[in-house]
Design a protein around this ligand. Structure first.
Ligand code: ARG
Length: 585
């Protein structure tokens, strides 16, 4: 038999709905995981809510459902409990059979989406000549994981870096560059602007203090927008320098992303204004052209305008996002556009989506989704800063995670009197350090703020990357000690479940498809983290209770299959979080 086509839950639901008969078509069987393994694997609570509708006793309804329920291929005979819950316990043979089926599948039984979509994930998106800060780090890590899950589920994903590479701030940057390093205009590659953030600060200082500089900066914006060559060259040099800096971070984090910054949409902006005007959605407001979205008011209770074109003719962040919505749906044919941007921009996206909707720019089959996330806080609960109160540079942040991982490792190596090469230590520290930073971010419910703590993220116990990596290393250790080649276990070997810990692990292993479908739909990577954490725990319980290499056949091979499935599930799951596993650590 092939691996199940629909997920287990979907099959059970279907069977329940069929048992309802046509009279109750459309009623929800309310299938949930059992509250306690004593009661089986699932319970269906639908009879309770149907009782009100049908004016009958819930138990009587449950009995009627049971009379028609056929789940004999999956479950032991169902039982009614309490006021009318239907308890379902999976058959041991079913579990054993499914485990064998996923063992033989590269995808561990996870079917690709039946209707693959074109999805754009707009993430990371730092601003040129400004610091790529921890907020961008969150967007980068969360966005990458969402993209990986969607790709694995068979969707066609376009990863876009909507960098802030356009706008009035370029006036002062170009002017400052021209005046401080004129050679940038003739041979931009020869100029090392060094620290762009410091450069930005210098430019800003001059802009604020020197009126003549301010005027020249304004002229430079106009020059840039009208395609003036010198302004364009200076702008390019600035973008290039930023790009090099950003790329270092992406390389280190193993992030793939295509840059398509705000400037890309520049030529599409006048049409946004014109079309909104034609649709009668634009209003003049203090010289600016604005749209009033419903439900947005300022602190005085007045309607809050979304500015589309400023009084000086310049365009705004929102104008670009509106142009991008059109381009992404029309030209790219996206079915889903996912914006991984901090929760502070929720209003912006709500307004933009509403205006796009009103303008008729969001076709029927297209979903625009803001995926918000909270702020990164220090251990004191305040905004994450260095001890001296500066914003933390991402490079320093990653370096410190790796250094600490290395220190932890060195003390473990010493305590265990192991001999390890410096290259090995360096490699493990890099993977553990980076993995820990990613995992600690992804394991939080992204909508809440999250407290950045090196100690917590590097702990060997708890819901951390090192804990997960350890579980994987444990299985690899079994393979080395027992001389086991997991890829060549006897093909006719079967799985026999006996111990409670084996059952718990087996059931959990079979939930991967459910979890990934949910993450692809709801876009919460912490669900996958939670799943992997529980998997590691269940594996450790199994490994503590059940001997593997010392067990007698056929139990030995059966347990080796459970070990192999655990390792492969961890490896796949972690890879979808952008985390690499290790053979030893
Ligand atoms: N550059 C923006 C920032 O740093 C984020 C852009 C997000 N994407 C978008 N399509 N607006 O805040």
């Amino acid at each position: 038999m092939k691996a199940a086509i629909a997920t287990l839950e979907a099959r059970l639901k279907q069977a329940l709905v069929a048992a309802f008969g046509p009279d109750l078509a459309g009623a929800d069987p309310m299938l949930v995981p059992a509250s306690n393994p004593k009661f089986g694997d699932f319970q269906a609570n639908g009879a309770l809510s149907l009782a009100r509708q049908l004016k009958d006793k819930p138990r009587a309804i449950a009995e009627k459902i049971l009379a028609h329920l056929d789940v004999s291929d999956l479950c032991e005979p169902p039982e009614i409990a309490g006021p009318g819950f239907i308890n379902l316990r999976l058959k041991t043979e079913y579990l054993e059979h499914q485990l064998k089926a996923i063992q033989g599948s590269d995808r561990l039984g996870v079917e690709p989406a039946k209707q693959p979509q074109k999805v754009i994930v707009d993430f990371s998106s730092p601003n040129i000549a400004k610091e790529m800060h921890v907020g961008h780090l969150r967007s980068t890590i969360i966005g990458d994981s969402i993209a990986r899950v969607l790709e694995f589920m068979g969707h066609d994903v376009l990863r876009l870096n909507h960098v802030g590479d356009w706008g009035t701030q370029f006036g002062m940057l170009i002017t400052h560059l021209k005046e401080s390093s004129p050679e940038a205009l003739t041979s931009p590659e020869s100029v090392d602007m060094g620290d762009l953030v410091a450069f930005y600060k210098e430019a800003k200082k001059r802009f604020d203090e020197d009126d003549a500089f301010k005027t020249r900066s304004r002229e430079a914006v106009v020059a840039l927008q009208s395609g003036d060559e010198a302004a364009r060259t200076a702008w390019n040099a600035l973008c290039e320098q930023s790009r090099r800096e950003f790329q270092k971070i992406y390389d280190r984090l193993d992030i793939r992303i295509e840059e398509r910054g705000e400037s890309f949409y520049n030529s599409l902006l006048p049409a946004v204004v014109r079309d909104l005007e034609d649709l009668g959605l634009l209003v003049e407001n203090q010289g600016a052209k604005v749209v009033f979205a419903e439900g947005f008011i300022n602190k005085d209770g007045d309607p809050l305008p979304l500015i589309i074109q400023k009084s000086d003719g310049g365009y705004n962040y929102a104008t670009t996002d509106l142009a991008a919505v059109r381009q992404r749906t029309d030209k790219e044919g996206a079915n889903r556009v996912v914006y991984v941007v901090d929760a502070g921009q929720s209003n912006h996206f709500e307004q933009v989506f509403q205006v796009a909707e009103k303008a008729g720019w969001v076709p029927e089959n297209v979903e625009l989704i803001h995926v918000p996330f909270g702020v990164v806080q220090g251990e004191d609960g305040k905004k994450f800063k260095t001890r001296s109160g500066e914003t933390v540079r991402l490079k320093d942040l990653l370096d410190e995670a790796v250094e600490r991982a290395q220190a932890d490792m060195n003390s473990r190596i010493q305590a265990e009197s192991r001999e390890e090469s410096p290259e090995f230590v360096q490699d493990v520290a890099e993977k553990v350090g980076i993995g820990a930073v990613k995992y600690s971010d992804l394991s939080q419910n992204r909508t809440s703020n999250y407290i950045f703590s090196y100690d917590k993220m590097l702990a060997l116990q708890g819901n951390t990357a090192p804990y997960m990596l350890y579980a994987y290393v444990r299985v690899r250790g079994i393979s080395r000690r027992g001389g086991i080649d997991f890829e060549h276990l006897p093909p006719d070997a079967t799985v026999h479940l006996e111990d409670e810990a084996e059952f718990a692990l087996a059931r959990h292993l079979l939930q991967l498809d459910e979890v990934l479908e949910e993450v692809a739909k709801e876009l919460f990577p912490n669900r996958l983290c939670q799943y992997l954490f529980e998997l590691s725990q269940k594996f450790n319980q199994f490994y503590d209770r059940c001997s593997v290499l010392q067990a007698e056949e056929p139990q030995r091979t059966s347990r080796l299959i459970l070990c192999d499935l655990t390792a492969r599930t961890l490896k796949l799951g972690l890879s979808l979080l952008g985390i690499q596993v290790l053979e030893r650590m």
